[in-house]
Ligand binder design. Structure first.
Ligand code: ZN
Length: 866
């Protein structure tokens, strides 16, 4: 009895520090999280965690940035009060373990002893995958109130950093839409549009180029700020396979990542499946479905020595339960061909009802297991981090390649600055040469950029700087190739159109001539106030600055022919900006050319077209990325949905229609078409409307009268058809003089699953101004064009085509011969209208600066001469 009294007293004291005991999720939200058809918003989730933070000394909420629409993003740190009071010192230990290769054995041992394992969990980046974020209040309440000695001990060893929602904007869109439709037959139907300001599902493709503010905030945690040793991203997958995926993943795996990291993801996965199975949670699979070779997802930090992994739970319909017939359960390709008891799924789930609350149970167990496993292995995990730091640096000193050198003189110096700053944002040390240096026959100049590989994050440097070679693995010896899950190319210099040299011999003179690049690295020269400024057309940033000047009403001209000025070649299409643009031009990161007079050349004043950007409601990520590029480059536009086409007279409102990459049947009919069969979708009918025959007719009539159209990817098929224009009482039926031949039986041998392929460009057209003669394009093998002799008032010019030299620049390509001499970018004319069709997305995921200019030039395409 006495012991009981003392215990109660102690509990009273520990609770008494805070004004009240932690509020339960049920009391706060009015329901138990995970209840059928019940969801809370991002704001409510944060409000709950902030409330708990005020009521508990085991939780600390820290703001880490803003979402793309400006919602604050947080990391919720769960740990012992002592650790939370000592976060800065613990973060300093993380940094040392991650980056300091000079620590001796004793110093490392001391840090391993004093340090804590930091786990970063990021939840529900894909906003329809609601369960991870919805389960957090249960996990949080348990962790701040539990008296379980194992959990309490683990919290002494671990700082568990949870990003409550990786995509706050999308979470609110999905939850609000679900609630609007709750109780109707459309409950659980697909959200119209992308669940993010711009990029929807592709937010998990942004972790190399770091274009979105949420990606930046989360990447900084692992790259430059907190240096957690373990990272996990929590997803959901389809409904009719296994219930839950835990690591390790399936083949192929990344060549540049150390074996130990894959093995450790397996250790965490093994503990999760073990605990889940013990808790009666069936249908857990591992070594299957998800491969692990491709960077760009949140787990890109595995290339920076973080034990990075993902889990995937089977989905219900957002929060609506579903019933799954046992006969509907099926296996997939990699690692789990049949839905049967197997070593990769030792206890299958038998089918039946599947609720949000079921997923929540797996999530709660998963989070506890991660905490306990990190704690049990604390010393090994912390020691590993410093071992890898030393190992990678040693590799960089002893194993080629040793450096990447990027000459300062590049056609697009703005993109060189972009690359330097991006690498720095990734936690990479970038240097400049202090003086000229000769390496063999090549002389590098003072100011050239050098990125040595002897760095802790060597795997990342190598991965994003080299050209990619897809790690080919087969299901059986000599059998079927495991196809890539996503794309096969991400080489930063090639995607940015930069020259980069891989150096395979060490050189001490070079190593002694390196100077660390500034954090705000620039190649700009001091600004000179002058009446005219010339921006070279070879720089992407020139377009941005010229567009900003245009928006301000400043006159901007482009030279129609190249000329020399003070011995410097000014390529065609460069911009001449008049006075009044000082603030804009000071943003330049490359050298501007200042002039007191208009140099004598053939100048033409440019104006902005009024742009309609066509974006369907159906997972239209490429359109979202296009909006992002337009906002970033200051290009004004209006979004037009396919269903709006039947409405009106476009010529009054727009000069140019842009059709990004989208299935042409979705655009035309509002539903996806595979071969000859329509696939019905899960959208409310008002969001599944297409352009329709009438809408297409009015678009073509707009085009015929002088309207412009730019179309790329699958949307080009809209215009590869019998089209009509009504002229008075006659109907003019025609086909534009091009055809997408990629479905021709003779071309079946082309396998190009998202690779960088070399395209030859023609000169003498404004569409290729500022471009070199050849460029890499991001290509998926479809569309591919044939042009034909035009009839009536039509015409065509091939702008870009596949030549006969080496086509594959990075990634995977089979059937190169079949591509040779075929057009992939074509200019078309009918009446007074002009159209540019591209077989590739010129802005693909904002990761193809090399081809942005093809789009910008097309937008600025002058009207046809009368
Ligand atoms: Zn996902």
């Amino acid at each position: 009895m006495k012991r009981f009294i003392i215990l109660s007293f102690l509990i009273f004291i520990s609770v008494g520090i805070f004004s009240q005991s932690p509020v339960t999720p049920e009391k706060f939200f009015g329901f138990v999280p995970g209840s059928d058809r019940m969801l809370f918003t991002y704001e409510k989730l944060i409000e709950y965690l902030v409330t708990l933070d005020g009521q508990s000394d085991r939780l600390s909420m820290i703001e880490i940035g803003k979402s793309p629409v400006g919602k604050p993003m947080y990391v919720a740190c769960f740990s012992s009060p002592a650790n939370l009071n000592n976060l800065d010192a613990l973060k300093a230990i993380n940094r040392k373990l991650a980056l300091d290769s000079t620590l001796d054995e004793n110093a490392t041992a001391k840090l391993v002893e004093d340090g804590k394992v930091f786990i970063l969990a990021t939840l529900s980046m894909h906003s329809t995958e609601v369960a991870p974020s919805q389960s957090l209040p249960l996990v949080a309440y348990n962790w701040v109130t539990t008296n379980d000695p194992d959990i309490l001990k683990a919290m002494e060893n671990v700082v568990f950093m949870v990003v409550p929602c990786h995509n706050p904007d999308g979470m609110d869109m999905v939850v609000n839409y679900y609630n609007e439709n709750k109780g109707t037959k459309y409950e659980g139907s697909s959200l119209p549009g992308v669940y993010h300001k711009y990029v929807g599902h592709d937010n998990n493709r942004d972790f190399i180029f770091l274009t979105q503010s949420d990606s930046k905030a989360i990447s900084a945690l692992t790259s430059t700020d907190w240096f957690p040793q373990v990272m996990i991203e929590k997803h959901q997958m389809g409904s009719t396979g296994p219930r839950y995926f835990v690591p390790p993943n399936s083949d192929p795996i990344a060549e540049n990542v150390d074996a130990s990291l894959f093995i450790w993801t397996g250790i965490f996965g093994q503990e999760m499946i073990s605990d889940m199975t013990k808790a009666g949670l069936k249908g857990v699979t591992q070594h299957s479905i998800f491969d692990n070779y491709w960077p760009g997802s949140t787990e890109t930090c595995i290339w920076k020595n973080v034990i990075a992994m993902l889990t995937e739970a089977a989905s219900c319909q957002v929060a609506k339960p579903i019933y799954i017939e046992p006969t509907e359960l099926s296996g997939g390709e990699k690692g789990l061909a049949e839905y049967k008891k197997s070593i990769n799924m030792p206890e299958p789930w038998p089918g039946g009802w599947w609720h949000l609350g079921d997923i929540v149970k797996y999530e709660v167990v998963s989070m506890n297991t991660l905490l306990l496993t990190a704690s049990e292995n604390k010393k090994k995990i912390l020691a590993l981090r410093n071992e890898l730091c030393k190992k990678e640096i040693a590799k960089g000193r002893n194993e080629a390649p040793f450096y990447y050198i990027l000459p300062k003189d590049q056609p697009d110096q703005g993109e060189l600055v972009h690359l330097v700053r991006l690498m720095q944002e990734h936690g990479i040390y970038v240097y400049t040469l202090n003086n000229d240096i000769s390496l063999g026959p090549t002389t590098y100049k003072k100011g050239d950029i050098v990125i040595p590989l002897a760095q802790p994050f060597r795997p990342f440097i190598k991965e994003v700087m080299e050209k990619q070679k897809y790690p080919e693995r087969h299901f059986t010896q000599g059998g079927v190739l495991m196809e890539p899950y996503d794309i096969t190319t991400w080489s930063m210099p090639l995607h940015m159109g930069l020259r980069s040299v891989e150096v395979d011999a060490r050189n001490s003179i070079l190593e002694n001539s390196l100077r660390i690049a500034d954090q705000d690295f620039t190649l700009a020269i001091p600004y000179l106030e002058s009446p005219y400024t010339i921006l070279l057309s070879t720089n992407n940033q020139s377009f941005k600055l010229a567009f900003a000047a245009l928006q301000k009403g400043i006159t901007v001209k482009r030279n129609q022919e190249s000329f020399t000025l003070n011995g410097k070649l000014i390529p065609e299409g460069s911009f001449l900006v008049g006075t009044g643009a000082t603030e804009i031009l000071k943003e330049a990161v490359f050298p501007l050319i200042f002039s007191n007079e208009i140099p004598s050349a053939k100048w033409q004043t440019i104006t902005f077209p009024r742009i309609a950007l066509v974006e369907s409601y159906i997972a239209d990520m490429d359109a979202g990325w296009t909006r992002y590029i337009f906002d970033t480059y200051g290009i004004g536009f209006t979004v037009i949905r396919p269903g709006e086409f039947s409405k009106g007279n476009f010529a009054k409102k727009f000069d140019l229609f842009i059709f990004p990459d989208q299935n042409s049947a979705i655009l035309k009919d509002g539903k996806y078409k595979l071969q000859d069969e329509y696939r019905l979708n899960n959208y409310r009918p008002e969001y599944a409307k297409g352009i329709g025959a009438k809408g297409l007719d009015s678009l073509i009539s707009f085009f015929n009268k002088g309207g412009k159209i730019i179309s790329w990817g699958e949307s080009v098929n809209l215009f590869d058809a019998n089209l009509v224009v009504k002229i008075k009482s006659d109907t003019d039926e025609f086909r534009l003089p091009f055809h997408n031949i990629s479905e021709d039986p003779g071309l079946k041998g082309i396998i190009c699953p998202g690779s960088l392929v070399r395209m030859d460009l023609v000169k003498g057209t404004s569409l290729t101004w500022g471009m070199e003669e050849k460029t890499g394009i991001f290509y998926r093998g479809n569309p591919l064009f044939r042009t034909s002799i035009p009839r009536f008032d039509m015409d065509r010019r091939v702008i870009g085509y596949f030549g006969e030299d080496e086509l594959l620049m990075s990634g995977f390509l089979e059937g190169k011969k079949l591509l040779e001499n075929k057009p992939v970018m074509v200019w078309l004319k009918k009446g007074k209208g002009q159209m540019v069709v591209m077989g590739f997305s010129p802005i693909f995921r904002a990761s193809m600066p090399a081809t942005y200019k093809l789009l910008f030039n097309s937008i600025l395409m002058p009207a046809l001469a009368e």
